[in-house]
Design a protein around this ligand. Structure first.
Ligand SMILES: NC(=O)c1ccc[n+]([C@@H]2O[C@H](COP(=O)([O-])OP(=O)(O)OC[C@H]3O[C@@H](n4cnc5c(N)ncnc54)[C@H](OP(=O)(O)O)[C@@H]3O)[C@@H](O)[C@H]2O)c1
Length: 335
């Protein structure tokens, strides 16, 4: 068993400092130590995977490396009594695909603490349509609701709306009865976002304030921000009294300039979202919502499928900000 060979996308650094990606054969005994060996059926592509696949040292320090922060599959071998051979499981985040060989390989070996049984009512493939992108959208909305933002409070803004986190945010918020205003840089994504339930789709310039004003007209009861930078700064200044913005991403820019007035005059809140180290208790709760009450009716419309061999083009697309929805990787497709 431990000699079995499998396919994986391997990223290597060349002598002239480029990073090249190739599907290679690896052996199971090369995988890191861990209590649970999982045969991976599906993975998914997140922005962070694309960074890892292109040599971003902030995400992955050591190469050669197999990215993939998400994986769903079947337990092949377990040294932990909580998991038995044949169990359908889900592993997402922690160090998977960043420090540890990830879901872009047909097998992963991980600590039992990272493994979750597949929620009831969800298939292995559906778990990866959601993946970290869908989970982070739900996590952001879960935190806005904990803050007390309700559908009657007013409009909710979603930035980076056509991306993985953004599109799930639009879909789940609309399902829960919120009025959603989606911000997208892609005019071609308007119909996709309206079908997901957005009431309005605006261009990025609608949340790009470049004045020195400390406060702008209060428009949003809540904001799911996935991009950072000036859009996050503008969103904070445009919150209604008592509103909240969740911050999970930095595709636009990691830095932003703000001032104290939205916080001290309007009592707004900035809520940080970290899905990577989020506790297993919260994780199970949110995955349970995604499998049940918050489940989107037309999950398929949010994803395209690809294989390891065809993943490269999607990595380039997401790096260029051109992704739409989610990309599911079928590890055993096109074998
Ligand atoms: N904190 C966490 O735990 C966590 C978890 C998951 C993801 N994230 C982060 O969340 C962000 C989104 O992830 P994702 O997987 O959804 O990525 P994604 O699928 O690439 O979506 C990002 C979207 O942002 C918009 N965008 C791209 N470049 C932009 C720019 N320069 N300025 C403004 N908008 C831009 C684009 O949407 P439009 O064309 O529609 O504008 C793009 O589709 C990433 O930064 C990721 O690292 C964080």
């Amino acid at each position: 068993m431990e000699q079995e060979r499998f396919k994986a996308l391997v990223v290597r650094q060349t002598s002239d400092n480029r990073f090249v990606r190739k599907v290679e054969e690896r052996s199971i005994d090369e995988l890191p130590a861990g209590e649970v060996l999982v045969k991976v059926n599906y993975s998914s592509l997140n922005y962070k995977d694309a960074l890892s696949a292109s040599g971003n040292r902030g995400v992955t320090k050591r190469y050669p490396h197999t990215p993939g922060i998400d994986a769903s599959g079947v337990v092949e071998k377990s040294d932990n009594p909580d998991f038995l051979k044949g169990d359908e499981v889900l592993v997402s985040c922690y160090a998977l695909g960043m420090k540890v060989s990830g879901g872009f390989g047909q097998y992963i070996r991980v600590p039992a603490a990272w493994v979750m049984k597949l929620p009831m009512g969800m298939t292995l493939r559906e778990a990866m349509i959601y993946g970290t992108g869908g989970f982070t959208a739900a996590h952001s909305i879960y935190r806005l609701r904990q803050h007390g933002v309700t559908p009657t409070d007013g409009k909710i803004l979603v930035t980076g709306a056509s991306g993985g986190v953004g599109s799930f945010s639009v879909g789940i918020l609309a399902k829960l009865g919120y009025k959603v205003v989606a911000i997208s840089g892609k005019s071609s994504a308007k119909q996709f976002l309206m079908e997901l339930g957005a009431q309005e789709v605006l261009g990025r310039e609608a949340v790009q304030d470049n004045s020195d004003r400390a406060l702008l007209k209060g428009k949003w009861a809540g904001v799911v921000d996935t991009v950072g930078g000036n859009m996050l700064a503008t969103a904070i200044k445009s919150l209604k009294y008592g509103g909240a913005v969740t911050c999970c991403g930095n595709v636009a820019e990691p830095e932003f300039k703000t001032n104290v007035y939205p916080f001290i005059l309007r009592g707004v809140s900035l809520i940080g979202i970290d899905s990577a180290e989020c506790s297993m208790t919260v994780r199970k709760k949110i995955w349970g919502l995604l499998a049940g009450e918050w489940r989107l009716d037309d999950l398929e419309s949010l994803s395209v499928d690809t294989s390891l061999a065809e993943l490269d083009g999607y990595i380039e697309k997401i790096l260029a900000g051109q992704g739409q929805g989610r990309v599911v990787v079928d590890l055993w497709g096109n074998e």
